[in-house]
Design a protein around this ligand. Structure first.
Ligand code: FE2
Length: 569
């Protein structure tokens, strides 16, 4: 039985499962080449069908990540935002929010839209609760028979935080926190206050900047803006933040008096901004730990699954993993809204159709792949000279180049699902060289100096590098690096002595593991610096995308499967 899942308004995506196992999953942005593409995911759906080798007529169920009739609050926000802020409206239009099938009301027409575009089919269409699709996206593919599940984001239909308990093939909802109380919107408002673009990925920047600051506004923010309550919940003070009116996510004068006023985009980032970021980050972490302790009390579970955009806050995750009583954790690589498309399929298969679980997601490689021949055809077409080498020659050669300072665009296998590059579409470089952080951020990726870079490492070497057992295949946790290791790998250690590692398993991604291992043989260091293979656009998907990036950027070599292209000087 084939089940298709859809995310459509913001980070659009599609996923397809067959008898409960994932066949394919991908974000629409990778195909349209527009970051955070919104609107109906026509290309991602077509990719899922192609990968499964079927047509829409073979799909029995389709699940949507949203119940459009629970739309009052959200729709009012969108309408007001469009009326009040032309710039916000334009930003939404650019991402396709105003395209085909791109309104909450438009969701009612999806079944006919799908038949119109993809052909005749008598699938059953399900409108699903947003946060329950988040919860399903994590728990049902986790290795746990039972777990507490916490999902948190900007907002779903009206829920912003969901407490659940998962057991076998069922998820039970225990508690909801609704608008206007939202951790995601609090963080977005801070993102906006520091002069970054909220909702489009700049939330990462606040977390990156936070490492440089001191939390000197913590007391104020935790008393006047985001407060915890005695019931294991939290409140966002709507008197000091206008997000519930959907104006501009601006803080009130009271907040500005305390914090010294918002930063205008482009203005210099000063220590005050670092301190605001650090304070907001700390308040988020404290609130999150408060909620996690509450769900521990409610469920008595030892396993915790998390999803929703807030679950990408890897610094927060690090504190949750080490400071709360849960023993084991699982966060699926597409923890944000894109992942809800997968959650929708699983919610139907398990919760509605009562099928047992048998599948665990231990990697993120669910996107398109391209053969050596397809890569060669693209290189020929582009007029690039290349050498085709077997792995026994190619991998040691690359390791040597990396150890001598080369930055390499590494493209192999199926594309990652979720926003992290995990060794299928990655830039790789030498983690020992501090200068490479700047080279990568400035010269290659054309982004801010404070963006942290992370290591991909041999899973079995984790204890040596961190001093504790740490298994995170999806790069969603920040952890302190062992003292004696910090100075060995300065390019991937943050200013506060932490790192966000990807643990690479030999069985799961043998080729990437072997590349890292070749580097270890040469240098004794069991890791590579890894950052996503993209420059100001979505992560590359096809060989053509990778070639375009190579042609327009400043890195040393491109590897498309077994084909090596050196930049001629
Ligand atoms: Fe969400």
């Amino acid at each position: 039985m084939y089940i298709l899942g859809l995310t459509t308004l913001g980070d659009s995506a599609a996923a397809i499962i067959k008898d409960g196992e994932i066949i394919a999953a991908a974000e629409e942005e990778r195909f349209t080449r527009k970051k955070h593409q919104s609107g109906f995911p026509f290309l991602a759906v077509q990719y899922c069908l192609d990968e499964a080798g079927i047509t829409i007529a073979d799909v029995e169920h389709i699940g949507l990540y949203w119940k459009p009739w629970v739309l009052r609050h959200k729709a009012m926000q969108a309408v007001k935002a469009a009326l009040i802020s032309p710039s916000m409206f334009k930003a939404r239009a650019d991402r396709g929010v105003t395209g085909v099938g791109s309104s909450y009301l438009g969701m009612f027409k999806y079944p006919s839209l799908i038949r119109e575009r993809f052909g005749k089919s008598d699938f059953k269409f399900h409108y699903l609760d947003h946060h329950q699709t988040h919860a399903a996206s994590a728990f049902f593919v986790s290795p746990f028979e039972t777990a507490a599940i916490l999902t948190w984001d900007g907002t779903g239909e009206d829920t912003t935080t969901l407490f659940c308990k998962g057991a076998g093939n069922k998820i039970e909802v225990l508690k909801r926190i609704k608008l206007p109380h939202s951790l995601g919107q609090f963080y977005s408002a801070v993102t906006n206050y520091i002069g970054f673009d909220m909702f489009t990925g700049d939330e990462w920047k606040v977390m990156g900047l936070a490492a440089y600051g001191k939390p000197e506004y913590y007391d104020f923010l935790s008393k006047r803006v985001l407060t915890t309550d005695g019931n294991g919940g939290f409140k966002l003070n709507i008197r000091v933040l206008d997000h519930h009116l959907a104006k501009h996510y601006q803080f009130s004068d009271e907040v500005s008096r305390e914090l010294g006023g918002p930063r205008v985009k482009g203005e210099e980032l000063t220590e005050r901004h670092w301190n605001i970021a650090a304070s907001a980050q700390r308040v988020l972490e404290a609130t999150a730990i408060h909620l996690v302790k509450q769900i521990k009390e409610m469920t008595g579970e030892e396993n915790l699954c998390m999803a929703g955009g807030v679950a990408f806050n890897s610094v927060m995750n690090g504190r949750i993993f080490h400071e709360t009583p849960f023993k084991r954790f699982y966060v699926q690589p597409a923890a944000g809204d894109a992942g809800c498309s997968l959650g929708a399929t699983l919610l139907i298969w398990h919760q509605k159709l009562d099928n047992p679980r048998k599948f665990v997601m231990n990697h993120s490689y669910w996107g398109p792949k391209f053969s050596n021949e397809e890569c060669q055809a693209a290189l020929n077409e582009a007029g690039l000279k290349y050498e085709t080498l077997p792995d026994e020659i190619l991998l040691p050669k690359l390791a040597k180049m990396i150890s001598e300072g080369a930055i390499i665009g590494w493209f192999q296998g199926r594309m990652e699902w979720g926003p992290r590059a995990l060794g299928a579409r990655s830039f790789v470089a030498d983690p020992r060289r501090a200068d490479l952080r700047e080279a990568l951020n400035h010269k290659v990726k054309l982004r801010e100096w404070f963006r942290p870079l992370a290591p991909s490492m041999l899973e079995e070497e984790g204890f040596k590098v961190f001093g504790v057992e740490h298994h995170d295949p999806f790069m969603i946790t920040v952890i302190e690096v062992a003292e004696d290791y910090k100075k060995k790998i300065p390019a991937v250690v943050h200013v506060d002595g932490t790192a966000r590692p990807q643990m690479v398993n030999k069985e799961v991604n043998p080729r990437y593991w072997n590349l890292i291992n070749e580097f270890k043989k040469l240098t004794g260091i069991p890791m590579l610096l890894n950052t996503s293979f993209n420059i100001q656009e979505p992560i590359v998907c096809t060989p053509q995308d990778a070639i375009n990036t190579f042609k327009n950027a400043n890195f040393d070599a491109l590897v498309l499967e077994n084909n090596l292209v050196l930049r001629s000087v």
